[in-house]
Design a protein around this ligand. Sequence first.
Ligand SMILES: *[C@@H]1O[C@H](CO)[C@@H](O)[C@H](O)[C@H]1NC(C)=O
Length: 238
Amino acid sequence: MPNIRRQFNIFAAVIGTMLSCAMLTQAAPLTRRSDFPAANLPTTTSSTSDSTSGGAPYQGGDTYTGPSGDPAPIAQIFPNDTSQYNTASGAVDFHTSQGLVYRSITDGGADITTLVTFELPAQYSSNWCQIAFALGNAASWATGSLQAQLFTSLAPATTDASSWPSGNLRDVDLGSIDIVVGGEASFQAGSGPAAASDGFFPCSLIAGQVYGGEIVPQGDAVEISWPAGEDGIKIIVY
Ligand SMILES: *[C@@H]1O[C@H](CO)[C@@H](O)[C@H](O)[C@H]1NC(C)=O
C-alpha cells in the first residue's frame, strides 16, 4: 500500500497539488507541448522528442495502485531542465542551476515558481512512476510554510523570456506537499489526484515524451531551494 511504500522508499516524496477547479475541468493533465495550440507556444521550441502519441489525463486515486510488493526503485529521473518563473512579470529564467519556490508578504506578488521539464525514457513505459520531492542535498533549504503545490504545465519552458505567452501555462493541480528539510515531502491529504495516489501513476502516461510541470509556493511566506537536477522534484521509477 502507498503508506508502506512511502516508509520503505527513502526517496518518496511528493507531488504537489494543483489547479483551480475551473482549470481542472478544461485541462488535460500531462498534456504534451505539441497538443498546445501552436500560436501560444514559446517562440523557440524543439519538439523532436515529443513525437509519440498518448498522454492520458492523470486520474490518481484507486486507479493508480502503484507497484505491488514494495519493490525497490530502479531509477530516479530528475528534470532535464529547471527554470524559474516570476508570477508578477511573467519572466522565465530558463535552465537555472537552482530550483526556487518563493513567496513573501512583501514581494508584491512577484512570487517565484519553478518550471521543470521531464523527459522520461521510453524504456520505462511498462513501469510504475511516482512523483516525489525530497530535500536531501546539503545545498537545499526551506523556510516558512514549507508548503508547495504541484501542477502540470500545458507546455514546458524552452527559453528565457521576459513574458512567456499565456504566462506560465499552468495546467492541472496535482496536489499539495508538505516539505521536509532533509527528507521526503508528503502529500497533503485530499489536495489533488496525485495526493490520492501517493504520487503514483503509470509511466506509460509520459514515457518517451516531454512534459512540463510547475512547483508553486503555498501559504503566505515560503522559500524552498534545491540544486537543479540533483534534489527536489523527481520521478521515481519502480
Ligand atoms: C532527459 O533526461 C532523461 C532522463 O535522465 C534522459 O534519458 C534524456 O536523454 C534527457 N534528454 C535530453 C535531451 O538531455
